[in-house]
Ligand binder design. Structure first.
Ligand code: NDP
Length: 334
């Protein structure tokens, strides 16, 4: 059982020395529990936050323990009523070949017959897809005819937010890093406009947003924070809604800079909604059915960036911060 351990809390950007791959015997199922063989590991920006010893919605990962992760796997051995060997499950486990699941844990059976591959439970119909769906439609109160700006637009959440915005009849502007990602926003995901933020000052980026959204931004779906968010704040429409979903530009910053243009929230009588997908888990079946229908109708494209091998956990995880990932980042380990 190979396990990718956190052995030191990263200061700023995670370093290879913050982690260690250990090999242990395959565990056996405890009374009332089970062991699952993990096949697909979700690599998420949130894991960076779990590595810090800072107040959050979950306790920090314990040093010497494997990095916490959502996984999709197969029941290996079960003493847990309702679960049998061979069954596919989704749960909050860790980057390790085998996970012990105790009674009362967050593990549920999944139906892989309704998806083209099991990893979809980490992307389209998993937390990423549900973040895009409920974040935009419930927290953002998205309405037809409005202008939507999505940051981190070419990523897993962002690319789905923009497409769902188009399905809703919005004008959609994406902000992403580099010309290739901007090309994909238009050609692959059907955005109306794409803006490359790389190498631009807040003023220059703000000017580009003003050109793309002359009537102002009604809904901002924020994944990035920092200068990118500051530039959008300068372009809000009256009564704009901001879905604050992520702040990835700050996750590796030892000293958080924060937002400088908050005053614009007052000027535009805007609303900021702090969004956490954990608040919507009891509605995943509803959101998942709608997302699956859109995919089936060819109206929604969900890309996955599947990396291979638990020994490449560090390099794979760091793709999120270099922007190398093209779609939902998943590590396949079996
Ligand atoms: P993505 O697939 O979007 O991957 C991360 C992307 O972020 C990279 O590809 C890169 O794109 C961009 N990025 C990385 N560093 C920076 C930086 N310093 N400045 C600007 N952009 C950067 O990941 P996810 O879709 O999984 O997550 C997107 C966001 O959504 C994250 O902030 C995450 O924390 C948040 N999230 C929040 C949830 C919630 O419940 N609140 C649930 C799930 C995700 P580029 O090349 O364009 O720079």
């Amino acid at each position: 059982n190979r396990r990718f351990l956190l052995i030191r809390r990263p200061h700023g950007t995670p370093q290879p020395e913050d982690f260690r791959l250990e090999t242990k015997a395959i565990p056996t199922a405890p009374e009332g529990g089970m062991v699952i063989r993990n096949h697909f590991i979700s690599l998420d920006p949130a894991q960076r936050g779990w590595m810090d010893d800072a107040p959050s919605y979950m306790p920090p990962i314990t040093l010497g323990e494997p990095v916490r992760a959502t996984t999709v796997g197969i029941v290996h051995e079960s003493r847990l009523p309702g679960f049998v060997p061979g069954q596919w499950v989704l749960g909050l486990n860790a980057i390790e070949d085998y996970s012990v699941v105790l009674p009362g844990g967050f593990t549920s059976a999944i139906d892989i017959a309704i998806v083209d591959r099991p990893s979809r439970y980490l992307s389209a119909v998993g937390a990423v897809g549900m973040t895009a769906y409920f974040g935009l439609l419930e927290a953002g109160q998205a309405r037809a005819g409005e202008t939507l700006v999505v940051t981190g637009a070419a990523g897993a959440v962002g690319s789905m937010v923009g497409q769902i915005g188009k399905i809703q009849g919005m004008r959609v502007i994406g902000i992403a890093g580099g010309p290739e990602k901007c090309r994909r926003l238009i050609e692959d995901y059907g955005f109306d406009a794409a803006i490359d933020y790389k190498g631009k000052s807040v003023a220059a980026l703000s000017a580009d947003i003003a050109t793309a959204a002359p009537g102002g931004v009604d809904v901002l779906f924020e994944n990035v924070g920092g200068d990118v968010m500051d530039a959008v704040l300068l372009n809000l429409a009256l009564h704009a809604r901001i879905v604050l979903c992520g702040l990835i530009s700050e996750y590796n910053a030892p000293d958080k800079v924060g937002i400088r243009n908050l005053w614009q929230i007052i000027v535009k009588q805007a609303t900021i909604h702090g969004f956490l997908i954990a608040g919507y888990v009891d509605r995943f079946a509803e959101g998942g059915a709608q997302v699956a229908q859109w995919i089936g109708e060819g109206r929604l494209r969900v890309d996955e960036d599947i990396q291979h091998g638990i020994e490449h956990s560090y390099d794979a995880f760091m793709r999120l911060f270099s922007g190398a990932n093209t779609g939902k980042l998943v590590l396949q380990i079996a």
